[in-house]
Design a protein around this ligand. Structure first.
Ligand code: NDP
Length: 315
């Protein structure tokens, strides 16, 4: 596609979860005139969750999408320039940094904050890909509604899987939870809630071999890794909740990252290996991955960016 004349901005923020919006709030208040591109999922992962009970400041809990609307409005009120668009390529080898939006628009930025988050992981089965959107989903909150009164399966044993299994248990007749080890990774309170829910049936030491069905999901075939017993469970929905991967593909070869693709930052800061490029939120955090830690690191990125721009005489 033909490239357009670049637009020059002082600070570009890529991503619109808690990290991106918090960076925008701080940067706008510091008069850095941030421009933020929201990416493929404005509001980020919290927009596909239900109740958030652990974000401080909401004693009665808050719905994830509502929380992100608050973030967005606050960033807007501070004067951040929020835009639809996905960063599709970057060139950090020269300054100002070059960023391509939607494969077309060129933006030149004195400083960049990356807050692109993470996305759901898949098992990698052919049938999972083929039936994606036809009964296979990575978001119970988005798609659970379609399986009201029906049997569904969910694979995973972390907090996400536990939360989604509980959500589904309120809509579906039975939730078959497929756990690959003999224990769950989820926090104790979530495990206890799952185990105490009568219509959640847990299959320990079990892995998914295939999702069965031609045009839509009819069943799932699993096997027990201890006994080698194979069973087919008739289900209409198959939910994958096995964790996330960082959205860092476009930075490969330019920014330091670990083997899983998480961007590396200098401890105690949001600095990447390129001066003037900062990273915050889940794209650089494989340990905490909470909305509140993402927001905190977005704040750090904005403060680091402000310092960088001042020191370079760019602000
Ligand atoms: P996690 O990485 O914590 O858990 C992933 C789960 O999926 C693990 O049980 C893992 O099994 C399992 N798994 C991974 N790959 C496969 C596979 N190929 N086949 C079968 N099972 C697989 O991811 P989550 O998304 O659950 O949570 C991410 C972070 O977010 C965590 O820190 C969590 O605490 C937090 N979180 C907090 C919430 C809250 O506080 N309300 C809600 C949701 C998430 P194994 O254990 O064997 O590795």
């Amino acid at each position: 596609m033909e490239k357009t004349t670049p637009e020059k901005v002082q600070l570009l923020i890529i991503g619109s979860g808690p990290a991106g919006y918090t960076a925008a709030i701080y940067a706008a208040r510091a008069n850095l005139k941030p421009v933020l591109y929201q990416g493929i999922q404005p509001g980020g992962q919290l927009t596909i969750t239900t109740e958030v009970e652990n974000y401080p400041g909401f004693p009665d809990g808050v719905q994830g999408p509502e929380l992100m609307v608050h973030f967005e409005k606050q960033a807007q009120r501070m004067g951040a320039d929020l835009r639809y668009g996905l960063a599709t390529a970057v060139d950090f080898s020269k300054h100002p940094f070059q960023v391509t939006i939607d494969e077309e628009k060129q933006v030149e930025a004195d400083a960049v904050i990356i807050a692109t988050g993470a996305s759901a992981k898949w098992l990698g089965l052919e049938s999972e890909q083929r039936l994606n959107g036809y009964g296979v989903s990575a978001c119970a909150v988005c798609d659970g509604f379609f399986f009201r009164g029906k049997e569904v399966a969910i694979v995973g044993a972390g907090d996400t899987a536990a939360e989604e299994a509980l959500y589904l248990s309120k809509l579906c007749s039975t939730v078959h939870m497929i756990v690959r080890r003999d224990e769950m990774r989820a926090s104790r309170i979530m495990q206890d809630r799952v185990k105490a829910t009568p219509n959640i049936k847990i299959y320990w030491n079990s892995v998914t071999d295939e999702i069965l069905g031609e045009k839509s999901v009819d069943a799932v075939r699993i096997h027990n890794t201890q006994t080698d017993e194979k069973i087919e469970i008739p289900v209409k929905g198959f939910f994958v909740a096995i964790g996330h991967q960082p959205n860092s593909d476009i930075f490969k070869g330019q920014l330091d990252m670990d083997e899983a693709g998480y961007l590396k930052t200098v401890p105690g800061s949001a600095k990447t290996n390129i001066e003037g490029v900062f990273a915050s939120g889940d794209v650089q955090d494989k340990i905490y991955r909470q909305a509140v830690t993402a927001a905190g690191s977005g704040c750090m990125a904005a403060l680091d960016a402000e310092r960088f721009l001042s020191e370079k005489g760019l602000h």
